[in-house]
Design a protein. Structure first.
Length: 337
């Protein structure tokens, strides 16, 4: 009998909250039937903060609310790697931080947060190369720094995931595959995101090709999609703040049905691999941006997150991938019945 293909559903909970409060985030996710969330921006009474800025007191408050709503963290949605690779002026507002300081301060803080929230996963990126230069010219420095980040995560028994995204050294699947192969570290995995490829001008066939390049190294997936209003054209530098055409997975140009049908074949083996690293399974993390997206986040609202989840579930049902949402037994159990 063939092994069952299954995923664990999660999402960026801040996308579902009009004011980013923890209560809004957890109430929306619990109502949708989700038990896992990626923590990125959150307000626990002291204003909206990125997860990297949370104090120990705020972390404790969030953990208590997680218990109340039956939520668990799937990954730390950190911005690690969204800084300049080189200290040069290139017309962008991206910050530069000397790498030794970045490793000892920011990466260490992300690892501490992962332990505090009892997750094994940290989402990150592959650094901004100087705008107007080929990313291939900067692979050596990028690989060296990512290798050190992977080792820091490994020493903390954590896994670091590199998300494919525009304007970074690892902006497509081909580059991320090369980075992954040359870093060659068990704590480094890749995060596929079809929408982030469509925004760069990849058509459906191109997205699938980039997925295939990443496939063997994928650890989990982000789920968003995009539909260009006109002809799809390749874009060298994406103005992320001007993106306005994010859509549910069924309506975009990523070709998620084809991708997930193919991915189903590797799911059982990948699930076993991840569980050996203490990870519950293969997460699909909803990050739909249905009401807008930008360089450091996006928003869908509780209604948009619901639309995105139902769209994903219909695709999973169609391709034969199992998933779980809360049911009546969970409700009764939460009341001690």
């Amino acid at each position: 009998m063939a092994e069952k293909a299954e995923v664990v559903l999660s999402g960026f909970a801040d996308e579902a909250a009009n004011h980013k409060t923890a209560v809004e985030q957890f109430a929306a996710f619990a109502a949708l039937g989700l038990e896992y969330y990626t923590i990125r921006f959150i307000d626990v009474g002291n204003g909206i903060k990125n997860v990297m800025k949370l104090t120990k007191t705020e972390v404790t408050a969030i953990r208590h609310l997680e218990d109340e709503y039956g939520m668990n963290v799937s990954s730390i949605g950190s911005p690690i790697g969204k800084v300049k690779l080189k200290d040069v002026e290139d017309g962008t507002n991206n910050p530069y931080v000397p790498f030794k300081k970045y490793l000892e301060r920011d990466v260490a803080k992300a690892c501490d947060l992962a332990h505090a929230f009892e997750t094994k996963l940290i989402r990150g990126f592959s650094f901004y190369h100087p705008k107007g230069t080929p990313p291939e010219d900067h692979l050596s420095q990028c690989i060296d720094q990512l290798g050190q980040i992977a080792e820091a995560c490994h020493r903390s028994d954590l896994t670091f995931g590199l998300e494919v995204e525009a304007n970074l050294v690892g902006q497509n699947g081909d580059l991320l595959r090369e980075i992954h192969q040359r870093v060659n570290h068990p704590a480094l995995m890749l995060i596929f995101d079809g929408g982030n490829l469509v925004t760069q001008g990849f058509d459906t066939a191109g997205v699938f090709s980039q997925y295939e390049a990443m496939k063997e190294a994928i650890g989990w997936l982000h789920l968003k999609d995009y539909r260009h209003p006109g002809t799809v054209q390749r874009i060298e530098h994406v103005d992320e703040e001007s993106l306005r055409h994010f859509v549910p997975a069924e309506e975009g140009q990523s070709g998620h049905e084809l991708i997930l049908k193919d991915f189903a074949e590797v799911l059982p083996g990948l699930t076993k691999k991840l569980r050996r690293r203490g990870i519950p399974g293969v997460f699909i993390d909803l990050e739909p941006h249905l009401k807008g997206g930008g360089q450091f986040g996006g928003f869908s609202g509780p209604d948009g997150l619901g639309v995105a989840l139902r769209s994903l579930c219909r695709i999973l049902d169609f391709v034969g991938i199992d998933y779980r949402l809360r049911d009546f037994a969970d409700v009764k159990a939460s009341q001690g019945v």
